[in-house]
Design a protein around this ligand. Structure first.
Ligand SMILES: Nc1ncnc2c1ncn2[C@@H]1O[C@H](COP(=O)(O)OP(=O)(O)O[C@H]2O[C@H](CO)[C@@H](O)[C@H](O)[C@H]2O)[C@@H](O)[C@H]1O
Length: 484
């Protein structure tokens, strides 16, 4: 039986991306198609999304959706069905998706994403003739209100549908003052500890988690970690109370986009049998970053520059990295203090450390193809995608042992090397000593070319395509729809 699923997200490739959520929301529909699931994605109509729609077909017009006129428009996300919430007052803005040009959160984010949720619940309730949905899948707090509306204010007379709430990042919860509640159009009954109320305000992610049939996150280890206060960020009690209704499904990567044998962004394509061809990519990367060419290891970082990603510890370790003969090329954007720290490090070590501040998808491909090892010192990492791209590209991951990093990289300890299964390096605790020691270990093994090639080949042979994860989501949907 074919299943119709409505996926609700605030970003998705190829139309709009600020982080890993977009990769996942964009790849899921294609991954599920081969499992008999037709996934329609609902996205906000930011300028980039509106520009990507050809021949707009209007499905519905709202006179007022959370106070503003809006339309639902049909489009395509790649080859898969898309519905766009075209509400210019909410989404037609210059600046970021979530922040204004000064990088402050838009003051009406609660209203913008409540509107997205209300539209999702309307669609699931049969608002548009001929479009029925068996299940709603919401991603992160921006989509979470969809599940609260389905639970507390469904379309009258509609049949209830099961739902999945996926947490890509527990650090962002969509928490707003109490006063916003009366603007949401929810009944008073929703204002409860098991509804949308959270510490005296409105908790959007919390509301979605309470309402969801099943909560998922993007790796089994993170699904365990968020039961504890250290990672649960205040929601650990709720996570623990949902018991086995909390699952972890590791993200896949889009193996058409991320394939070193056919990547249009890289100068010298290669496979695990032609690793020597990587050298040309390394030379090109050194030149592009203005680094001294050399045979020593070239480390890379591609990251949002935030505390989550351990970038403050990376700043501390730059002198060590350069001191042992390593070089680093970094691409990222984010916190001003971290940018300054990285730029100072680069200025202290010209030719050895180079940073590029900004967002550049094509460059990120060239870095994975030319770097020897990627550093991912995250304090928490629900799944992490850059280490998966690195594995596919023979760029050896050096990662903190947390969340999806712990689940996807096999540390090159003696036992794993003897068994021939190691793919990278893990370290415990995100601090100067742990990261410096891991860099030293990687540096040492780099000079044993046979061992290093084995790490590269093992990583390249590992299967992180969407095949397994797509099957896992399809299985979950079937389980829920069967029970509904
Ligand atoms: N400056 C830059 N230029 C070009 N590309 C850049 C870039 N900075 C980052 N990227 C790209 O953005 C994506 C980041 O994805 P991650 O999964 O590593 O982290 P993120 O924290 O955004 O995602 C959250 O959601 C995802 C999806 O579930 C989880 O894997 C993750 O753990 C969670 O924190 C990657 O595709 C990366 O290549």
């Amino acid at each position: 039986m074919g299943l119709a699923v409505l996926s609700v997200a605030s970003e998705a490739v190829p139309l709009v991306k600020t982080g890993g959520l977009a990769d996942v929301a964009g790849a899921l529909p294609g991954a599920l198609a081969q499992h008999g699931v037709e996934m329609t994605t609902l996205l906000p109509g930011y300028p980039a999304v509106m520009a990507g729609i050809k021949r707009a077909k209007v499905l519905h017009t709202y006179d007022s959706l959370l106070g503003q006129p809006a339309r639902l428009i049909a489009g395509k996300l790649g080859a898969q069905p898309l519905i766009v919430l075209d509400a210019p007052a909410f989404f037609d803005r210059q600046g970021g998706l979530y922040t204004d040009p000064q990088a402050r959160d838009w003051a009406d984010n609660w209203r913008r994403f409540a509107a997205l949720g209300r539209a999702a619940a309307d669609l699931a309730g049969g608002l548009v003739k001929g479009r029925r949905f068996d299940l709603v899948h919401a991603h992160d707090w921006q989509a979470a209100m969809a599940l609260a509306y389905l639970r507390f204010a469904p379309v009258k007379g509609s049949k209830s549908v099961p739902s999945v709430m996926t947490i890509h990042n527990m650090a962002f919860q969509g928490y707003y003052p109490k006063e916003t509640f009366r603007e949401l159009g929810l009944p008073r009954s929703a204002w409860s500890m098991t509804g949308v109320e959270y510490h005296g305000g409105v908790g959007m992610l919390k509301a979605g988690m309470e309402a969801a049939s099943v909560i998922t996150t993007v790796s089994p280890t993170y699904a365990d970690e968020i039961r504890s206060p250290e990672f649960g960020m205040g929601l650990e009690g709720l996570v623990a109370s949902r018991g086995d209704r909390v699952r972890g499904i590791v993200n896949g990567i889009d193996s058409a986009d991320w394939n070193p044998a056919s990547d249009p962004h890289i100068a010298s394509p290669f496979t695990e049998r032609t690793l020597a061809r990587r050298t040309a990519n390394k030379r090109a990367l050194e030149a592009e970053f203005g680094l001294e060419p050399g045979d020593g290891p070239l480390f890379i970082v591609v990251s949002r520059l935030t505390w989550q990603k351990g970038m403050d510890v990376l700043v501390e370790v730059l002198d060590h990295l350069a001191g042992i003969g390593g070089r680093l090329a970094l691409l990222g954007s984010g916190d001003a203090a971290l940018v300054a720290g990285l730029q100072e490090g680069a200025a202290r070590h010209p030719g050895k450390i180079a940073v590029r501040i900004g967002y550049d998808e094509a460059l990120s491909h060239r870095m994975q193809a030319g770097g020897d090892a990627i550093l991912v010192p995250s304090r928490f990492e629900p799944c992490g995608l850059t280490q998966l791209y690195a594995l596919a590209y023979g760029c050896v991951p050096v990662v903190a042992r947390t969340g999806g990093l712990a689940d996807t990289v096999i540390d090159a300890n003696l036992a794993a090397r003897a068994a021939g299964v190691a793919t990278g390096f893990q370290f415990n605790g995100v601090n100067y000593h742990a990261l410096a020691a891991a860099i030293t270990r990687a540096n040492a093994l780099y000079y044993q070319p046979g061992e290093w090639k084995t790490l590269q080949r093992n990583g390249m042979k590992a299967d992180f395509s969407w095949t397994n994860s797509g099957a896992a989501y399809a299985g979950l949907y079937r389980e829920l729809v069967g029970k509904a």
